[in-house]
Design a protein around this ligand. Structure first.
Ligand code: ATP
Length: 374
């Protein structure tokens, strides 16, 4: 097993090289997928996830860059010579074979000794709760069970360079989806294979992956752990896309350690020496870290409160800018007047949609004041 390196891999459909940025379905990308790790490619429809997965599997030859499996340049090699396993959206199985025969097939094909095949089939079946179905023909099984067999066929070989999953839970019933998501994570830990998982579902990506590649418009906008993406989105797109609801972004102007939003001055937890005085920025804060309070904090108009069972979220306006704030247990909201407290350690500054690195200021307490009107 080896790492996979994307060395400036980019792709424009249509045969020729990209003439401008917008010709790219996948903008050039440098990245190393480490052996044994679990990755997810996450992004909205059309962002280039499948193009990247197909480049790795060999279905698409990239218009630029090199793809290396270990030290071996596989950029132009056909799929059969890449030693990868794939699981697709819909089951790819033999209906007339039993579950055991389906699972054994990729190993039999490679002339693995029978005793080894039997042991591995038992192991994979146990991981996917298929043991009691091993002797049944695939034909009579539900769509869910058939897709589990497909997953098993993808996981049964221990010598692959990578296992690629393309939205593998699409046909799975919602209740079982929840179970299989965590199951796949367990399976990854047990099998120690490099796995790359394409999805547009953030819960699937964040549950499964050690590292998530968030893609938008053909670009990998951030590659990070689930916690990186939640706590420090590198781009406003990641802030919007990850989290439910997404991050709040408020237009403001920054001067030193103070940002003015809708006429209110907010002292920040960090200094931003790289920004010019009075620079136009966005203040980013997750709804979980903007808390509605009984008193203290910035005055807001409360438009609506959503009770989501485990938590309540208030839709408020700060000046004329809408945002969502967390409502603590026990706080009663009378009328439409409220106050919001921002956790300064969780408040980020974005310039041209990119995160600006701040320099932490020790011991700073949040402070609010009426600033010069903006
Ligand atoms: P989805 O989740 O809808 O499958 P995706 O993120 O996987 O989307 P891709 O399928 O990689 O995105 O598509 C990226 C871009 O490339 C899109 O603009 C798409 O229209 C375009 N594209 C994809 N396949 C082809 C093709 N064979 N020929 C031309 N353009 C294509």
């Amino acid at each position: 097993m080896a790492q996979i390196t994307l060395d400036g891999i980019g792709h424009a459909y249509g045969g020729g090289p990209a003439r401008s940025d917008k010709d790219y379905a996948l903008k050039p990308l440098h990245h190393v997928w480490e052996a044994g790790k679990a990755y997810a490619l996450l992004g909205p429809s059309g962002c280039g996830k499948t193009t990247l997965l197909n480049i790795i599997s060999g279905l698409v030859i990239p218009s630029e860059g090199r793809l290396l499996f270990g030290d071996r340049d596989v950029t132009r090699l056909p799929t059969e010579q890449r030693n990868i396993a794939q699981v697709f959206q819909f089951p790819v199985i033999y209906d007339t074979m039993t579950v055991a025969e389906n699972l054994a097939f990729p190993l039999k094909n490679r002339k693995v000794p029978k005793a080894k095949i039997d042991a591995r089939v038992q192991e994979i079946a146990a991981m996917l709760d298929l043991t009691s179905d091993l002797k049944r023909r695939a034909r009579g099984l539900t769509a869910d069970a058939k897709q589990k067999i497909s997953l098993g066929r993808g996981l049964v070989r221990s010598d692959v360079s990578a296992v690629l999953f393309d939205e593998p839970l699409t046909v799975i019933d919602p209740a079982l989806k929840w179970e299989l998501r965590s199951k796949l994570k367990e399976v990854h830990r047990a099998l120690d294979l490099l796995m790359i998982y394409v999805t547009h579902d953030q819960t699937e990506a964040l549950t499964f992956a050690d590292q998530v590649v968030v893609m938008n418009e053909g670009r990998a906008v951030q590659i990070g752990t689930p916690s990186d993406l939640f706590e420090r989105p590198a781009h406003t797109f990641v802030g919007y896309f990850i989290g439910s609801p997404g991050m709040n972004f408020l237009d403001g102007h920054i001067s030193g350690r103070t940002i003015t939003v809708g006429g209110h001055a907010i002292a920040l937890g960090s200094a931003y020496p790289t920004l010019a005085d009075d620079a136009a920025v966005k203040l980013g804060i997750r709804p979980d870290y903007a808390t509605l309070t009984g008193s203290g904090g910035l005055p807001v108009k409360v438009r609506r409160v959503d009770d989501l069972g485990r938590r309540r979220l208030a839709h408020v306006s700060l000046g004329d800018q809408p945002m969502v704030a967390f409502v603590p247990n026990g706080l009663s909201i009378e009328g439409d007047e409220g106050r919001v407290h921002f956790d300064p350690a969780r408040t980020h500054v974005y310039r041209d949609d990119k995160l600006v690195e701040g320099v932490a200021v020790a011991g700073l307490q949040p402070a609010y004041a009426e600033g010069s009107a903006r």
